[in-house]
Design a protein around this ligand. Structure first.
Ligand code: MG
Length: 257
């Protein structure tokens, strides 16, 4: 029998994006939402799945993620907790291995060395747990230089051409390239979007129904894949108040205690 079977909706898990779904973007969760979610949890299992790292998620959840939620998935599930218990952690380096990582980094640096662009500064490749971030101008440019690069890139397609070369060179490595922000693009394994967390759910519990709530469910948004996954029932929300409203109706939990 499932450990969640004593809850009214014991075969169901509700997963929530953090930013814009549980909280105002980049802000902390409100006390009334914390209180409401505790009453939801009495009826159904709940979990968080955020793109940020665990430190940032715990900041936004006022350090209660791993006590007030049944699952906490940071970096889309690369760091995973069931309650306070850490599940396996995965990294981009672990996925690629050192040899391939160096091939990838060397290729990027060689290409950057061959580029002639108006300005170059420092930190061209930034190493992160779940990805590398590549910037032709370098991440420690000033704000003015950043704006200038963005305008130059719009006209000359520096990043687009760069990604095209990488896609060709590293075809078959299972990599995904995502141009975002003003000066860089990310490189990470295919499938390391929010659907990544679902493998932990499958390994550590047995739910018949998984609901997902998120605010960036449109194409290109970071909730798009999990919202549209066949394994979840997607719910688009516009704010944490909307999340609360939808949960209140779905599970018959009054908004005020
Ligand atoms: Mg969001």
């Amino acid at each position: 029998m499932s450990e969640f079977a004593n809850r009214e909706f014991g075969d169901t898990l509700c997963l929530f994006d953090v930013d814009g779904t549980m909280t105002v973007a980049r802000a902390e969760i409100t006390e009334e939402m914390q209180e409401f979610m505790a009453r939801v949890r009495a009826k159904v299992a709940i979990g968080l799945v955020g793109g940020s790292d665990l430190v940032k998620i715990e900041e936004q959840m006022k350090n209660t993620a791993r006590t007030a939620y049944d699952f906490t998935f940071a970096e889309n599930g690369l760091t995973a907790y069931k309650g306070a218990q850490e599940l396996e952690t995965q990294s981009f380096l672990g996925f690629l291995g050192e040899q391939k990582m160096q091939k990838l980094v060397n290729f990027c640096l060689k290409h950057i060395a061959s580029l002639e662009i108006p300005q170059k500064r420092g930190t061209f490749v930034e190493f992160r747990n779940g990805m590398i971030n590549v910037s032709p101008i370098g991440r420690n440019c000033s704000r003015a230089e950043r704006n200038a690069f963005e305008a130059y890139d719009k006209e000359h397609g520096i990043r687009k051409e760069f990604v095209g070369l990488l896609e060709k060179e590293f075809a078959g490595w299972g990599l995904k390239f995502s141009i975002g922000g003003q000066i860089s693009f990310d490189v990470f394994p295919e499938g390391w979007d929010k659907t990544y967390c679902l493998r932990h759910v499958k390994n550590h519990a047995n739910f018949k129904r998984i609901l997902f709530f998120g605010d960036k469910t449109f194409e290109g948004g970071n909730d798009y894949e999990i919202y549209n996954s066949e394994e979840t029932e997607g719910h688009a929300v516009t704010s944490w108040e909307d999340t609360r409203e939808q949960l209140s109706k779905l599970f018959d939990v009054p908004i005020k205690a």
